[in-house]
Design a binder for this molecule. Structure first.
Ligand code: FAD
Length: 445
């Protein structure tokens, strides 16, 4: 059996971060990855030379963010696009009312002001919430407290429902009241004209990463860990497990002895979401100029309501929309053409015959991906924000869980994945290692 010091399972940002810091500190590290590529949920498509991030695409705020620091140090190009947090008015947005007509500036500003008013009151509502309350419960109370007429209240309630769907890929009655507590953005948001996958590529440089190794089992005890994959077994002192929580929940990767009660309970209160991207490229732009996004208010937008103008990335007229939460479940199994037809029908309500035929359409299927089982995890009602960090409590000094869902301050993000990988490396080493070693050192291969 092969011997090493550390096995890292998963070559996403969490796993590569842990592996790079550990290798940089002189540990012998083997990374086992099920797919035939690195990056996990950071994955860039380059069909026909056009760059599309199918997984993570935004840095949600570049201030005080190690991902932004790493990206700058690696020389990866970014473009400002501060509209990735379902903000109501951070940048110009073309709002269309329930009848499809564009709202004038005054009406859009009044709507945004209403959302801000409820957002301010939501903070206290969430603070006062009962352990089993959902995000929908607290929103309902905060909106009702305004005493607005039904139409005005409904527009704000609807915006916050879509926020739950777009930020966490879930209907708000299945999201904990505290499920969006982490939803703060410091500084501009940016996206990647050359693809976000440059980040995992830089992190992986010089590491021993083995693709096509599907890990099915981790046995751990006083003698160390034995990691069994589709290509054999490796013995190590410790293992860092970074597979998505959906993979653990499905039992696709078995730990023996199993996870302790505290970990099991925390795991049971998190759930992988349903959140898919639809990217449409057009021969020419037919939508409003000088806006970052287009939004449809009202019942007609129940499935498709927000489009993000990605034209700024490469000059090709491109719209990104999301099938988020119930919409993602609804389109499961649809062909690309069916999805495109459905989105285009909605766009025609706003722009009529000006809507052209797309030159390409990409639709993701993360919910059906066996190595992801969704796009990222959300908190179910009854969970606490600590559930994330609890998952990362080292087990018998041998097993360390990492990954986006194990980072309380910023779960569901590339940043959460990176910080969790840093924490795992520190736990394995038993002493601190500055996070900037990640981009300062090139480990010996
Ligand atoms: C559609 C979408 C949009 C997103 N948008 C954003 C965004 O704009 N900004 C942002 O910050 N974040 C975003 N995210 C979330 C972000 O991409 C993830 O939080 C982050 O990439 C997770 O990294 P990770 O290392 O924790 O997990 P992963 O990247 O999933 O890495 C885990 C690795 O484990 C591997 N694996 C799984 N099972 C096994 C097994 N049995 N054996 C061996 N290997 C296995 C997987 O193949 C994978 O490579 C988005 C994600 C998706 C899918």
């Amino acid at each position: 059996m092969e011997e090493t010091e550390v096995v890292v399972i998963g070559a996403g940002v969490a796993g590569l971060t842990a592996a790079r810091l550990l290798a940089g500190a002189g540990r012998r590290v083997v990374v086992l990855e099920a797919r035939d590529r690195i990056g996990g949920r950071v994955h860039t498509d380059r069909t026909d030379g056009l760059v599309t991030d199918l997984g993570g695409s935004w840095i949600h705020g570049v201030e005080d963010n190690a991902v932004a620091d790493a990206v700058a140090a690696f020389g990866i190009r970014t473009v400002e696009f501060t509209v990735g947090g379902y903000q109501v008015d951070s940048r110009p947005i073309a709002y269309h009312g329930p009848d499809g007509r564009r709202l004038d500036a005054g009406a859009a500003a009044r709507f945004a002001a209403d959302v801000h008013t409820v957002d301010r009151d939501l903070v206290d509502e969430i603070e006062r919430s009962a352990p089993d309350d959902s995000y929908r419960d607290v929103v309902a109370r905060a909106v009702a407290a305004q005493g607005w007429d039904a139409e005005r209240a409904e527009r704000v309630r609807e915006h916050l429902e879509h926020r739950s769907e777009e930020q966490y890929g879930v209907a708000s009655d299945e999201l904990a009241a505290h499920g969006l507590d982490d939803d703060t953005i410091a500084g501009d948001e940016v996206v990647f004209p050359d693809g976000y996958d440059a980040l995992p590529a830089h992190l992986a440089a010089g590491l021993d990463v083995r693709l096509g190794h599907v890990v099915a089992r981790v046995d751990h005890g006083d003698d160390g860990v034995v990691v069994t994959s589709s290509r054999g077994t490796v013995h190590a002192d410790v293992v860092v497990v970074t597979v998505p929580v959906g993979v653990l929940q499905a039992g696709d990767l078995v730990l023996e002895p199993p996870l302790p009660g505290r970990h099991r309970e925390a795991l049971g209160r998190l759930r992988m979401n349903a959140f898919e991207k639809v990217v449409l490229r057009f021969p020419e732009r037919f939508w409003d100029e000088d806006v970052y996004a287009i939004r449809q208010l009202g019942p007609a937008g129940h499935r498709w309501h927000s489009w993000y103008d990605l034209t700024r990335l490469d000059g090709v007229p491109t719209l990104l929309t999301f099938a988020a939460g119930p919409a993602a479940r609804a389109i499961r199994g649809w062909s690309t053409e069916q999805v495109a037809d459905s989105v285009l029908e909605q766009l025609r309500r706003l722009y009529g015959d000006a809507v052209g035929t797309p030159t390409s359409v990409l639709v993701t299927a993360w919910q059906d991906d066996p190595f992801a089982r969704g796009s990222y995890a959300h908190m179910l009602p009854g969970s606490t924000t600590d559930d994330h960090d609890d998952l990362a409590t080292p087990i018998a000094g041998r097993v360390h869980l990492a990954g986006e869902a194990t980072w309380t301050l910023d779960p569901a993000t590339v940043a959460g994945a990176l910080y969790s990988g840093h924490r795992a490396a520190v736990a394995v080493l038993g002493h601190d290692v500055p996070i900037d070693r990640l981009w300062a050192d090139t480990p010996a291969g």
